[in-house]
Design a protein around this ligand. Sequence first.
Ligand code: PLP
Length: 449
Amino acid sequence: MHEFDEEIDALAAKILEYSLIRLKKDPPLDGPWTYDELYAELGETITEAGLGGERTLDLFKHVLSQACISTDHPRYLAFIPSAPTESANLFDLVVGASALYGGSWLEGAGAVFAENQALKWLSDLAGLPSSAGGVFVQGGTVGNLSALVAARHNARKRESKIEKWVIACSDEAHSSIKSAASVMDVEILTIKCDKKHRLQGREVSKAIDEFHGNNPKKRVFAVVATAGTTNLGIIDDLDGIGRAANQRGIWYHVDGAYGLAALASPKTKPLFKGVELADSFIVDPHKWLFAPFDACALIYRNPEIAREAHTQHAGYLETLNKGEWNPSDYAIHLTRRTRGLPFWFSLAAHGTNKYAESMDKTMELARQSAELIKEHPNLDLLMEPELSIVAFTKKGWDTTDYQRWSDKLLNDQIGFVTPSTHEGKPILRFAIVNPWTTITDIKVILATL
Ligand SMILES: Cc1ncc(COP(=O)(O)O)c(C=O)c1O
C-alpha cells in the first residue's frame, strides 16, 4: 500500500487524467441518487480483499461522482455556490500529495508563512492593523464559533460575576450564530433590522442598553454584524454597529462569510466601511473568493486574545510553544490541513487585480439578472441586489409550486436553484459567485418561469 509500484503508477496516470478532464471540461450538473439506487449499483465497497484502485476509481467516476451536484456548475445558483480557479483546484492536488501539517510552525513553517500572507491580504483590505492575524478554519460556522469563544474568554477575564453571557445579533444573522450560542451555552439578544433588513447601529445601542438595564446579571459579550446576509446579501450598518460595540467595550465580530469577499474589488470595498472597527471577522474563500472547499479565513484584531482562549496544553505539545505562529492556537482545532494553500497559490499566481475583475464580473451579472427579472412578465424582483444575490418571486406561486419547479429544473439538468423564504413567504434567489455564469445561463433559467 505504501510503495509506488507499477500498479500505483498506472493508477496515478488514471487519477491525474480523470482530474484534468474534470477541470478542462464543463462540469456536469448531476444530482442526488437515492440510497437504494446507489446500493443497487455499488453494493458493499469495503471488502477484505479490496476492489483494486482502477475498479474503485471507476465506481467514483461512473456512479458516486454522478450522484453529487457540481457546485461549480455555472447554473448552480442555490445556497452559496463555489467557483474555484483552475490553479486553486490544481494546487489542491499538490496539497493532497504533500502530507503537510498546518497546525504548527515547527511542522509547517513554509505552508503557514504562505497562508499568513493570504490572510494578511484580507486583513489589510478590511483595514485591521498590521498586528492582526488569524487562521484558515473549515468553514464560516467554525470561524464564527472560534471568534465568539475568544470574545467570551476576553469578557470573562474582565467580569467574573456574570450569570449569563449574551451574543447580540440581528434576526437576519446566519444560523451558525445560533448554533455557536447553543454550543457555548450563551443567550442571544435578537435585534430587529430596519425595513430594508439591515441592522442599524442605533438599534444595537438601544437594545443593549435596555437589555443591560433590565438584566443586571447578564452581559452582552459580543455583537455580530453580517456583511452580506445569506438570503439577500444585505450588509448591516457596519460602521454604526462597530461604534456601538466599541463604545461599550463589547467585542465586535463581523460575519462576512459570503459578502466580505467583495473587499477584493475597489468598486465594492467602500460598501464595508466600518469593518475596520472589528475585533474579529470571517470570510470564506470557498464561497466568493474562488477557492475550493473548505476554507474560512478567521482574523482577529488582537490574535493574542485568541491564542489565550484556544491554545491546547499538554506535555507532548509544549515543545511547540517557542513563540512562533502556530495556527492551531487560533481556533477550535489542533490537527489541520493547510486548507488556505490553494487560495494562496491562486492569489499569488494570478495577482489581486484578477480577483477584483472576477468580483466585478459577478456583480455586473447580478445587476443584469435583476434587470431581466424586472422585465419578466411573471416575476417580481424582491429588491435591488446589494451584492451578488438576486431574490425574486413568481406571481401567484405558493411553496409547493416553487419546490416543484426547483426539482424539475434539476431533474431536467438545466440548473440548481432552491426556494428560500423571506418574511414567511417563499422566494427564489440566484447566488452568483461564479465568473463562468453568463447572462445566457440566467436567461435559460428564467425561460422556465
Ligand atoms: C453569512 C454566513 N455566515 C456563516 C455561514 C456558514 O459558513 P459555512 O457554511 O462555511 O460553515 C454562511 C454560509 O452560507 C453564511 O452565508
